[in-house]
Design a protein around this ligand. Structure first.
Ligand SMILES: [Zn+2]
Length: 352
């Protein structure tokens, strides 16, 4: 397959440049790709007013930068993200991203940038030419959703929890402003928030031909728009950030809701593999949830002590982080994330 690659630079700073992949021009021959290039590049630039276009060329799949993925079950491919918070070193590539190849391809989460989404798309195209029918977003956080637009341009329907669109409208612009400073403006070039096409309110099945995906929107827990995905054929379960390994769990929904979700136990049937939003895949449900069950129950207990002692928020955050220290081992970014979690948990438990 041949793909259109367009050189672009920021209008406001012509020194910041990068090549963008425009999948709408994908073709079986180089001539066909070239014949589509001009109007597609023009339309794309019209929708990306902060960018100026340069040379457009058509390249073979093997020449595109691609994420490194591995097949964890038949037809199920995973890119494991760096177990860290966003940084220039990891270029925002911290979330676990996956795709499932049936008669069509479904992608689960898209990464922090257009660039990461494109490299995931290239990884898919190295394996199959089948259409990408769905991009399923497990929740609103930028490291999972901001790479989505390239999949919309490739023809995928963007699927999320019924609360996702509103959450992106509420929080998205702030992320668009802050994330380039965390990972670098060049790697963020051309990144846009893509609209959600399909909002999931109740358990829903997506047919992919040789397999089916069970999508389950979850009550408020990690966020207020979590969605899990269970692949029927392989039994692989995608938890999004409802399960995190190695990277300190970040509370952006409800602490009691998250503990309730863990207490409800594994999905039925039991998964063959559990893919967390961050960190290593797991075979056993209890092993998958145990570290964060300890973390979140300790957060609840420490916060309860701070609330009961009548501490003001300013004092409570430091006290909660200190009380949590014995559970810091094995969690990346423990202090900063725990301080934010303490503020969220304190507000919720003070209210309760
Ligand atoms: Zn998250």
């Amino acid at each position: 397959m041949f793909h259109l690659v367009l050189a672009t630079c920021l209008v406001s700073d012509p020194a910041i440049c990068a090549e963008r992949l425009l999948p709408a021009a994908d073709a079986q021959t180089e001539d066909e790709c070239r014949s589509r290039a001009e109007p597609i590049a023009r339309d794309w630039l019209a929708r990306h007013g902060d960018l100026r276009g340069g040379e457009a060329r058509c390249v073979e799949t093997g020449e595109l930068p691609a994420l490194l993925t591995h097949e964890i079950a038949s037809g199920v491919h995973l890119r494991e993200g760096a177990v860290a918070q966003l940084s220039p070193q990891n270029r925002g590539q911290i979330a676990n991203l996956a795709f499932i190849v049936g008669d069509t391809v479904a992608v689960i989460d898209a990464g922090t940038t257009r660039s990461e989404g494109e490299a995931l798309y290239a990884a898919i195209r190295r394996i199959t030419d089948r259409p990408v029918s769905h991009l399923i977003l497990t929740h609103m956080h930028p490291d999972h959703v901001l790479g989505a637009e390239v999949f919309a341009e490739a023809g995928a329907s963007i699927v999320g929890n019924a609360g996702l669109a509103e959450a992106l409208a509420r929080r998205g612009e702030a992320w668009m402003m802050s994330i380039p400073d965390q990972i670098g403006r060049e790697v963020f070039l051309g990144t846009r928030i893509a609209p959600v096409d399909q909002s999931i309110e109740r358990p829903t099945t997506i047919p992919l031909g040789s397999t089916r995906l069970q999508l389950n929107p979850q009550p408020r827990a990690h966020t207020d728009n979590d969605l899990t995905v269970h692949d029927e054929e392989s039994g692989v379960f995608f938890a999004g950030d409802l399960i995190m390994q190695g990277l300190t769990p970040s509370l952006d929904g409800s602490l009691s809701g998250w503990l309730d979700w863990i207490a409800a136990g594994p999905p039925d049937p039991q998964p063959s593999l559990i893919v967390p939003g961050h960190g290593a895949i797991q075979e056993d449900w209890d092993d998958a949830v145990a570290p964060q069950l300890t973390y979140l129950s300790s957060l609840r207990d420490a916060t309860m002590r701070a609330v009961t002692a009548g501490m003001p928020l300013s004092q409570a955050i430091g006290a909660i982080v200190t009380m949590m220290k014995p559970w810091s081992e094995g969690w990346a970014d423990f202090e900063a994330t725990t301080a934010r979690n303490a503020a969220t948990a304190f507000a919720q438990m003070e209210w309760e």
